[in-house]
Design a protein. Structure first.
Length: 350
């Protein structure tokens, strides 16, 4: 029996969808394929708004995501993580590349066809305070996707809202309250309930715990893990917290200046990082052992992240890399395999 956080998921349609999804776990075809994806924004100036430059927010990204798999995406602020998330959902029209979801190339789909696909993919935003309409009740917020994409009315609609509130650990009787009456952690649970309302297969979690107290973060992450197991969900989990990424994701991709520079299984990447940028990020993660923490050498990167409007030639990391070589300024390093699933883009890795 498939159950929610507190009670059974009663709606027959959603039970059937979840049962079918469980069967899809046996397939080897990726749920999501991102191929050579680019997102460039024009920079304009003057009275005629002529283009004087280009911001390369995403500059050639490739990855696959299997059903019920978690891919953790890490990187500094401004590296393009959120832009990548919004481009995958087609909130931005990609400049180049392909986004293939459930075998359908949605890169250039028209709005009518894209609308039906969007019920299968959702997003949980970073700040629940800003992502919830303060003038709407919680019940109306959660039911808004149902009103747009389904024909549920009356008791069936209110029953689905109560079911979703219960699934995320909130009292169904809270549906008539407003967002300001809840704590930060509770508001994020409301955002999760809204994302689940159409029973999606794929959810992008855009730093869903960054705005929460440390004591609440683990609760929200545990909820997401429970829901993934019960509903066969697939996550792209964006965060700057490498410790949390390791906990929730079995695969991790490291992003720098619009490019993925290293990707691999979490345990292997955390213990055998190859890219200098990945090593620098991991050196900043505190260790639980005080003795090891006192002896560990921190890798301090010099300078700031270059502007995506004027990225360096060759390797995007070369202006800050402690192991830079002359060839790094000439050509962009290609992804190379250093293990069964571990890949890195660096001239210095043989």
């Amino acid at each position: 029996m498939l159950v929610g956080y507190g009670k059974t998921f009663t709606t027959t349609k959603y039970k059937l969808d979840i049962a079918l999804r469980m069967g899809e776990l046996l397939t080897t075809k990726p749920l999501l394929q991102v191929q050579k994806l680019k997102q460039h924004f024009p920079v304009t100036a003057g009275l005629l708004r002529r283009q004087v430059g280009t911001i390369k927010a995403i500059d050639g990204i490739d990855f696959d995501l299997m059903t019920q798999q978690n891919l953790g995406l890490v990187g500094e602020s401004g590296c393009g993580k959120t832009t990548l998330a919004r481009t995958i959902l087609r909130l931005y029209q990609p400049t180049e590349g392909k986004i293939i979801f459930e075998g359908i190339d949605m890169t250039h789909l028209k709005s009518s066809r894209l609308r039906s696909l969007r019920t299968r993919m959702q997003m949980i935003f970073q700040d629940p305070q800003d992502s919830l309409n303060p003038r709407m009740t919680v019940g109306s917020i959660i039911a808004e996707p149902l009103d747009e994409h389904t024909s549920l009315k009356g008791k069936e609609r209110s029953g689905r809202v109560e079911e979703l509130l219960d699934a995320v650990g909130l009292n169904p009787r809270f549906s008539n309250r407003y967002p300001h009456e809840f704590s930060g952690g509770q508001r994020q649970r409301i955002g999760i309930a809204r994302a689940l309302s159409l029973n999606p297969k794929f959810i992008i979690c855009d730093e869903p715990i960054a705005a929460l107290d440390v004591s609440i973060q683990a609760q929200v992450v545990n909820l997401l893990e429970d829901l993934q197991e019960k509903l066969a969900l697939t996550y792209l989990f964006i965060s700057h917290d490498l410790g949390m990424i390791r906990h929730i994701s079995k695969r991790v991709a490291v992003m720098y200046l619009g490019k993925i520079v290293e990707v691999g299984p979490a345990n292997e990447l955390y213990t055998n990082a190859q890219h200098p940028y990945t090593k620098a990020l991991l050196s900043a993660v505190p260790l639980h052992d005080p003795g090891r923490e006192a002896k560990r050498e921190r890798i301090i990167l010099s300078g700031d992240v270059p502007s995506p409007a004027n990225p360096p030639t060759g390797c995007p990391f070369r202006t800050r890399c402690p192991a830079v070589e002359p060839k790094c300024a000439i050509s962009v390093p290609k992804m190379k395999a250093i293990g069964q699933e571990h890949r890195v883009a660096c001239h210095c890795v043989m």
